[in-house]
Write a protein that binds this ligand. Structure first.
Ligand SMILES: [Zn+2]
Ligand SMILES: [Zn+2]
Length: 279
């Protein structure tokens, strides 16, 4: 299993140490981890500094690309790992062309393995907060989020995968927050537009387990639609901002991908994907 969406203290909203995230990943059997700290130029609060990718690179150097740990057990020392370490970023996509410009300029000096392109705001309103949802039905709140993704994607041709298509559901106030392509015909159309664009660009999507929080998982119908639109690969991500969340519910994500008939998951090195059969 891989975890290709992990945050550390280099993200404005996490205080997790790299060492703690790696130890958690090794203990939970992760073979390949990618640190995807925020490079977010679309945050309305303006208090969210982009990740210091050079400082993180310096800190990661001491691991030499992999991490292993020897754990004391009743039966003696047991080695866990190696975990392959990748350097990535989660960038925010927005319709505002300045966001794209700033993101490209910021990333230019850095050599990354993997970039997640995510939408967090609709017209500068962060969908994480209840104010965004106030006075809207679930379908009314979710549709503009998906339309923003669909509009942004073609301009963000340097990303590796589309991040959390269901971020709008993560903290939504509805009794049933779950995302589905069946919420309305317009939502199904928006998903089709997103997935056809992703496929035509040669990109993938991630299955992000964080939006489920403690609710039952969802997404089979969305992933099946992705497959029908020609989607061939996904990445798995816990979106962990603390070590207890690393690898969270990725076993369920794998089951969903298998059930939706998606053949491959991808790992990335220097932005080049390698496909692996999902088993
Ligand atoms: Zn995100
Ligand atoms: Zn994230």
């Amino acid at each position: 299993m891989i975890d290709y969406h992990v945050h550390t203290k280099y993200s404005g909203d996490s205080s997790a140490e790299i060492g703690g995230q790696l130890a958690a990943a090794a203990a939970r059997g992760i073979a390949d981890i990618c640190f995807t700290d925020h490079v977010d130029f679309d945050n309305p609060g303006g208090n969210f500094e982009p990740a210091d990718l050079a400082a993180r690179h310096e800190e990661l150097k001491k691991y030499g690309g992999t991490y292993s740990v020897a754990l004391k057990t009743a039966g003696g020392l047991v080695t866990r790992g190696p975990v392959i370490i990748r350097e990535g970023a989660e960038i925010s996509m927005a319709r505002d062309p300045f966001c794209l410009k700033k993101t490209l300029a910021y990333l230019a000096p850095h050599e990354l393995d993997f970039i997640i392109g995510s939408v967090h705001c609709v017209d500068r309103n962060d969908v994480y907060y209840p104010e965004y949802h106030a006075g809207k039905t679930k379908a009314e709140a979710y549709l503009p989020y998906l339309e923003t993704i669909a509009d942004c994607l073609p301009k963000y041709d340097f990303i590796s995968v589309l991040g959390h298509y269901d971020f709008v559901a993560k903290c939504a106030p509805y009794e049933d927050r779950s995302m589905s392509a069946d919420l309305s015909p317009a939502i199904r159309d928006a998903f089709e537009r997103i997935f056809k664009t992703v496929v035509s660009m040669g990109k993938g999507i991630e299955i992000n387990t964080a939006a489920w929080r403690s609710a039952p998982h969802w997404g089979l119908d969305v992933l099946s639609l992705y497959r029908r639109c020609g989607g061939e690969f996904i990445t798995f991500g816990s979106d962990a901002h603390r070590d207890s969340a690393v690898a969270n519910r990725l076993d369920e994500a794998r089951e969903l991908a298998l059930e939706a008939g998606i053949p491959y998951y991808a790992t990335f090195e220097r932005m080049k994907p390698t496909l692996h059969r999902i088993k």
